[in-house]
Design a protein around this ligand. Sequence first.
Ligand code: HEC
Length: 166
Amino acid sequence: MQLFRKLIIAGSLGVLLSSGLVLTTAHADLDFRGTISGDPLDFTGETETPQFKEFKNTGVNPYNGDQEAMNKGYVIFATACSGCHGHLAEGKLGPALSDDYWTYPGNRQDKGLFETIYGGADGQMGPQQGLLEPDEILHVMSWVRGWQTEPAKTKKAVEAYEKRNG
Ligand code: HEC
């Protein structure tokens, strides 16, 4: 009887602990919302790289300052963004992303920048959801962010691209 009781208590403790863990993981993600709409962003079906998982948790882009990631980010920027934002993000149809002025001040933080790119903004700035993987957006962001934090690395990424593509 005594032993049976102990087992029941141990068993319920186990259930409590594991459900607690599940809850902790489920609630650890930050609340991502569209920059304009304010609606929650829906990541259903997106590829979960370790970096994207970490980012959803911390709101800090793990690729920041990583030269290799910035190089890859510029390859994506050159195809998906430069047509509107200029080849050095100096601004064209869309605003410059290389200075420290942001229409949406939330873009100073990585979380806000991701929300703007993934969910889109006004007019021609359509959502990149479905066009780019979240992990690719993080790569692009590391290149864009470099203009404020590590311009030498950002320029290096452009040079590497131009060397390869002539
Ligand atoms: C078809 C043209 C077009 C493309 C392609 C495009 N953008 Fe934009 N983007 C715009 C326009 C126009 C705005 C201004 C929208 C606004 O003010 O709401 C903008 C705004 C932004 C902003 C907000 C800037 C601020 O000052 O707050 C960011 C960040 C941004 N774009 C990043 C990107 C990235 C990264 C890509 C590529 C993945 C991209 N855009 C692709 C046209 C484009």
